[in-house]
Design a protein around this ligand. Structure first.
Ligand SMILES: Nc1ncnc2c1ncn2[C@@H]1O[C@H](COP(=O)(O)OP(=O)(O)OP(=O)(O)O)[C@@H](O)[C@H]1O
Length: 261
């Protein structure tokens, strides 16, 4: 990448264009004795229309990378881009708008409003933004995540898996440039978790969505097109067309070479 001569070459996405890109991205917390280098010159591209999993041991910088890429945290140096937009130079107002217009989020906690129906939760971000939902798109999303019969239900009337489906639909409903999912199956049993991963997968295949997911789980990572591995704030490796076994093998290899905690 021309603008990052000093940074290591990015690990390239297997896609024609990147929906998001970090170049020489570093994040340092604290100073002096409490200084922590959470990210150390990370360069990575997240391909448009692809599903990427970020893996690595606890404390390796996965959440920090996701937060910096999503404009939820500032970068110390280097570049974080969503499409063509450089996040580093944006003030709070522009960052808020970028998150609202271009990014969908799915977190471990479903973060639904209890007094609203599933449909109202799904379309809430657009209502706040004063945008009218694209009904055909929202219908496609609702079909994809299998919520068609439950749109009038409130969160308390839905199972955990169904609530997370609403959260996934909410993330997809505004047709964001990219969806960031942070341990989206962490609060679900394995069946409901597999369903959610299937829907994320489906949103990539059927709707052309770009998804980036942080996970500890090799089985979850196997739903992605590609896994990138972090250790000690650095990008160390990647795996294309992962299977749970290959991801596990790679994790064991890291342990054996002492690159992980
Ligand atoms: N706000 C903060 N202030 C100080 N240090 C932080 C902060 N956030 C993260 N860190 C540190 O940065 C490093 C990377 O943390 P991060 O949460 O990104 O790791 P992670 O790979 O997501 O871990 P986990 O899998 O446990 O969630 C850790 O050493 C962590 O203690």
């Amino acid at each position: 990448m021309s603008q990052a001569a000093a940074a290591p070459a990015p690990i390239h996405a297997p896609a024609s264009a990147a929906a998001a890109r970090a170049t020489g991205l570093s994040k340092v917390y604290g100073s002096g004795e409490t200084r922590v280098v959470a990210l150390d010159s990370v360069s990575v591209e997240f391909g448009r229309g692809h599903f990427t999993a970020i893996m690595g041991p606890s404390g390796s910088g996965k959440s920090t990378l996701m937060h910096c890429m999503a404009g939820l945290d500032s970068v110390s140096s280097g570049s974080a881009r969503i499409g063509d937009t450089e996040l580093a130079g944006l003030d709070d107002r522009r960052l808020t708008r970028l998150r609202r217009d271009k990014i969908g989020f799915v977190f471990q906690a479903f973060n639904l409003l209890p007094t609203l129906t599933a449909y109202e939760n799904i379309t809430l971000p657009m209502a706040i933004a004063g945008r009218r939902p694209d009904q055909a798109w929202v219908s496609a999303v609702v079909r994809t995540v299998g919520l068609a019969g439950r749109l009038d239900h409130r969160p308390s009337q839905l199972s955990g898996g169904q609530q997370q489906r609403v959260a996934v639909a909410r993330a997809l409903a505004s047709r964001p440039e990219i969806v960031f999912a942070d341990e989206p199956t962490g609060n679900l049993d394995s069946r409901a978790g597999a369903e959610i991963l299937g829907f994320l997968r489906e949103s990539v295949r059927e709707l052309g969505q770009t998804v980036v997911m942080v996970t500890h789980d090799p089985v979850a990572a196997a739903h992605a097109d590609r896994v990138v591995f972090l250790a000690d704030g650095r990008l160390t490796d990647e795996l294309l067309a992962p299977t749970a076994e290959r991801v596990l093998d790679r994790m064991r290899l890291f342990d054996a070479t002492g690159r992980t905690s």
